[in-house]
Ligand binder design. Structure first.
Ligand SMILES: *Cc1c(COP(=O)(O)O)cnc(C)c1O
Ligand SMILES: [Zn+2]
Length: 442
């Protein structure tokens, strides 16, 4: 089959560009570019055949098709030669049945999609494998590109650095100084990326990287580049596949730059077009109250949007006031009868800690999504039998200070609701037994 994909202007003009061109906006109107697939060719394979193809490849060892992303290569990026693919077996992440947490909320069918169980610990790997593979393909075809670069709130840079170093391509990382965790910072350093720590916030880094991207020798890896979205959209296909091709009722996803919520929507729309599914789920996008431009727009029925200066939040990866994919996200939410809600710092920390008590280990962004879940259940927007998927975007182990701070009891302050502070005591049998008994009897 002659599967094809290309860049197409998303602003209604018909300009198209090859995916191997180093370009992020339409030359004619400046609109964002989106990857378009030749749907007619894809439709020549039946829905049943697509499903069995994907199932046949899923989590096997035939490189690169065992990857959750490359197992769907025809729907993701058919143009790349297998020789140029840089895969670390991304995707294939488990769905955690949140049985106990769900029961506490009165839900029987609550699942957490653990996208953080991935090579660099976040969902960003799903898109980055596609982007870096495309860069390798472009470099194989011509000699102009010298490096890949990104601005990041921490996870994009970790992912880019890992894939670029696996490919042997120089990576340039722009980070807001002291706004990413130590765990996130050490990843690009260890992978040998040029790591620039700037005296600004994420939006400030983004401004500089966008200027740098006018050059044709650096390739921009931020999600303004919709190649990444193509990989991220496999989240939807994988979720449906894991449920034997059934569509859930609700998906809750934290949003910052809003590429991921757009990707989620794209995956479902593509499956709908190919007849793999026959309905759409509803989508809820969850924002931190301190970085909530989409939520504010939602309050106006999406008729208005104003960029804001994001305030500092524990959910650092979504501390973004001027999201690049705002229009795509609004389009997605309209199509999916979506909602937007927000969580305060206390709400997100309590939600994460509460779910941790039932076996999870959530990052603060997942905490935002869980806090929104709780509100939606309280509002009866989510019903007891609804199948709900919460997208967990990163591994909690990347954000230990978030948890340490929560469980660090400060005398004089009201204790957090799910505090579990360690108890220090002498190495004395009787004293230890007394503590254990007191705990179990409480
Ligand atoms: C990038 C990221 C997000 C936000 O994704 P967007 O596509 O920017 O909305 C949320 N959580 C984590 C952990 C991330 O790394
Ligand atoms: Zn255009």
């Amino acid at each position: 089959m002659n599967y094809k994909a290309w860049f197409q202007c998303s602003d209604g003009c018909d300009e198209t560009y090859p995916l191997t061109e180093v370009i992020y906006r339409c030359k004619k109107c400046g609109g964002l570019l989106e990857v378009q697939h030749d749907i007619d060719v894809l439709k020549q394979r039946s829905a049943a055949d697509w499903k069995s193809l994907f199932e046949h490849r899923y989590m096997r060892t035939q490189y690169p098709y065992g990857s959750g992303v490359w197992g769907k290569k025809e729907l993701v990026c058919p143009n790349i030669n297998d020789d140029n693919i840089i895969s670390m077996y991304e995707g294939g992440t488990n769905l955690f049945w949140a049985e106990r947490f769900g029961a506490q909320l009165g839900l029987s069918d609550l699942w957490i999609k653990q996208c953080g169980n991935s090579h660099t610990g976040s969902f960003k790997d799903l898109g980055m494998t596609v982007l870096v593979s495309m860069v390798k393909q472009i470099m194989a075809e011509s000699g102009d590109l010298r490096a890949v670069m990104c601005a990041s709130t921490g996870d994009t840079s970790a992912s880019l650095a890992a894939y670029a170093s696996a490919a042997g391509i120089p990576a340039i990382i722009l980070l807001p100084k002291e706004k990413v965790t130590r765990e996130q910072l050490i990843q690009p350093i260890a992978n040998g990326a040029l790591t620039l720590s700037l005296e600004t916030d994420f939006d400030g880094c983004m401004e500089i990287v966008q200027k740098l991207s006018a050059r044709k020798d650096f390739y921009l890896a931020n999600s303004i580049n919709s190649i990444r979205i193509e990989g991220q959209k496999t989240i939807s296909i994988e979720i449906v596949q894991q449920f034997n091709w059934e569509v859930p009722d609700w998906i809750i996803i934290p949003g910052g730059n809003l590429g991921n919520v757009s990707a989620l929507g794209l995956g479902f729309l593509m499956m709908l077009e190919l007849g793999i599914i026959d309905k759409l789920p509803r989508i809820a996008c969850a924002q931190a109250e301190r970085a909530n431009p989409l939520y504010r727009s939602y309050q106006t029925g999406f008729t208005e949007f104003h960029a804001i200066t994001a305030q500092s939040t524990q959910a650092t990866a979504i501390q973004i006031g001027n999201p690049v994919s705002i229009h795509r996200a609004i389009r997605t939410l309209r199509r999916f009868d979506g909602i937007v809600d927000q969580a305060t710092e206390v709400e997100l920390a309590n939600a994460a800690a509460r779910a941790d008590r039932t076996g999870l280990f959530n990052c603060p962004h997942t905490g935002v999504a869980l806090a929104v879940l709780i509100k939606m259940v309280e509002r009866k927007q989510i019903l007891p039998d609804d199948r709900v998927i919460v997208i967990s975007t990163a591994n909690g182990l990347k954000f230990p200070d978030f948890k340490v701070a929560y469980h660090n009891f400060t005398p004089g302050e009201p204790p957090p609701r799910y505090l579990n502070a360690p108890i220090e005591l002498e190495a004395d049998y009787e004293g230890v037994l007394k503590q254990i008994s007191a705990h179990l009897d409480a």
